[in-house]
Design a protein around this ligand. Structure first.
Ligand SMILES: Cc1ncc(COP(=O)(O)O)c(C=O)c1O
Length: 342
C-alpha cells in the first residue's frame, strides 16, 4: 500500500536521540534553544519560542495578543486543517470563516471586506502553496501559519516573515516535522517573553487558564533540528517529483490545482471535477492512499456555509508525495491516477 505520507527517519534521527538521551538533558534545554534560533533565522524574525504543538502555538499567540487586539474576533480560512479552529476555540476567540477560490487561496476582496470587523486574522499557506494575502496590509493583527508551507518563498521572502506572529508545527508529517511540537516567532521581544512565561507554570506572570507545561522537550527539538538540516534537500526532491507527476495529466478538468508549484511542494493537490470521493476509493483499489486535503471544511464544523470550501471538499484530492518514492511505487501511483483520469 502506498501511504499518503512517509516522513524519512534515517540514522541521523536515531543518532541525535541517542546523543540527547546520553547527555542527560531530555527536557527543554540546548536543542530547543538551537531550534528556536534556527527557525528565527530561517523566517527572518527576531525571536522564537518553541512549544508543545502547532495548535498550542496558535492558542498561546491569541491568549497573549488579545489585549493588543482589542477584541476577540479572528478570521480563519474556511478550508483549512480543523486544528486551527480548535486552537482558536481553546483561546476563547470567536472564529469567522473566510472562503477560498478555486485555487484554494482566500477570496481577496471578500476577505478584506470581512477584515474590517476582525481583531486578528490567521493566514494559512494552504497545503504547501503560498497564500499571497500574507503580504497584504491587514487592518488587524496577523498570525501567519506556515505549518504546511515552511521553507516556501513569497515575493522573494521566506513565508513566516510577513505576520505580526508566525507559527508552525513540528508534527511528524509536516515539512519541518520531528515528532510533535510547534513554535511562535515574532519581532516583538516582549511578546516572546510573555509566551515563554506561559509555557512554564513556575515562570507565569499572569493568571491565565492556558498557562501550563507547554515546553518542547529536547528530544522533540532534536528530531526537528535533524529534519531542518534535510529540509532544503527534501523540498527539492518534492519539487522534482511534482513536476514529473504533472506529465500524467492531459490538460483536461482533472488536473493539479493552479499555483501548486509556488511553495514548498508539501502536497500534490488535484482537482477532480467533483469526484474526490470516488477517486479516493478507486485509488485504494490500486493500493494507493490519497486523502482529502481537509477532512471537513471549518465552515461546516461551525454550521456556516462557505461555497468555495464546499466545492473544494467535493473536488480536491491530495496524492501521496513521498520524497523516497521507488520506481515501482512511482509506476503504481501513475497507473492508479491514470485509471481515474480515463
Ligand atoms: C495549518 C496548520 N496549522 C496548525 C496545525 C496544528 O499543528 P499541530 O498538529 O502541531 O498541533 C496544523 C496541523 O495539524 C496545520 O495543518
Amino acid at each position: 500500500m502506498i501511504p499518503h505520507s512517509r516522513p524519512l527517519f534515517g540514522k541521523a534521527f536515531s543518532d541525535a536521540l541517542i546523543r540527547i538521551v546520553e547527555s542527560g538533558h531530555v527536557a527543554m534545554d540546548g536543542e530547543t534553544v538551537l531550534l528556536e534560533q534556527e527557525v528565527a533565522r530561517r523566517i527572518q524574525k527576531k525571536c522564537a519560542v518553541a512549544v508543545d504543538s502547532g495548535s498550542s502555538a496558535i492558542t498561546l499567540a491569541l491568549r497573549v495578543l488579545d489585549r493588543k487586539a482589542g477584541g476577540k474576533r479572528v478570521g480563519i480560512p474556511a478550508y483549512t486543517c480543523s486544528s486551527v479552529l480548535y486552537a482558536v476555540l481553546a483561546a476563547g476567540w470567536e472564529p469567522v470563516c473566510m472562503d477560498c477560490g478555486e485555487d484554494l487561496r482566500l477570496l481577496r476582496d471578500e476577505a478584506l471586506k470581512q477584515a474590517v470587523s476582525f481583531d486578528a486574522v490567521i493566514i494559512v499557506h494552504p497545503f504547501g502553496m503560498v497564500e499571497p494575502m500574507a503580504a497584504e496590509a491587514w487592518p488587524c493583527l496577523m498570525i501567519e501559519d506556515i505549518a504546511q508551507a515552511s521553507g516556501a518563498i513569497l515575493n522573494g521572502k521566506p513565508v513566516g516573515c510577513f505576520g505580526d506572529v508566525a507559527v508552525t508545527s513540528f508534527y511528524a508529517t509536516k515539512p519541518w516535522g520531528g515528532a510533535y511540537g510547534g513554535i511562535l516567532a515574532s519581532d516583538d521581544q516582549r511578546f516572546c517573553e510573555r509566551i515563554q512565561a506561559m509555557r512554564d507554570p513556575d515562570g507565569a506572570v499572569q493568571l491565565d487558564g492556558y498557562v501550563g507545561h507547554h515546553q518542547l522537550s529536547d528530544l522533540h527539538a532534536g528530531m526537528a533540528n535533524v529534519r531542518l538540516k534535510a529540509a532544503d534537500d527534501e523540498l527539492n526532491a518534492r519539487e522534482a517529483l511534482s513536476y514529473k507527476m504533472d506529465a500524467w495529466f492531459d490538460g483536461g478538468e482533472i488536473a493539479p490545482v493552479s499555483g501548486i508549484h509556488q511553495g514548498n511542494h508539501y502536497r500534490y493537490i488535484v482537482r477532480t471535477a467533483g469526484a474526490a470521493g470516488s477517486f479516493l476509493n478507486q485509488l485504494r483499489e490500486y493500493n494507493v492512499t490519497a486523502a482529502r486535503p481537509v477532512t471537513m471544511p471549518i465552515s461546516r464544523l461551525l454550521g456556516t456555509y462557505a461555497p468555495g470550501a464546499e466545492r473544494a471538499w467535493l473536488d480536491m484530492l491530495s496524492l501521496p508525495m513521498l520524497v523516497d518514492i521507488s520506481e515501482p511505487e512511482f509506476k503504481q501511483l501513475k497507473e492508479a491516477v491514470k485509471s481515474c483520469i480515463n
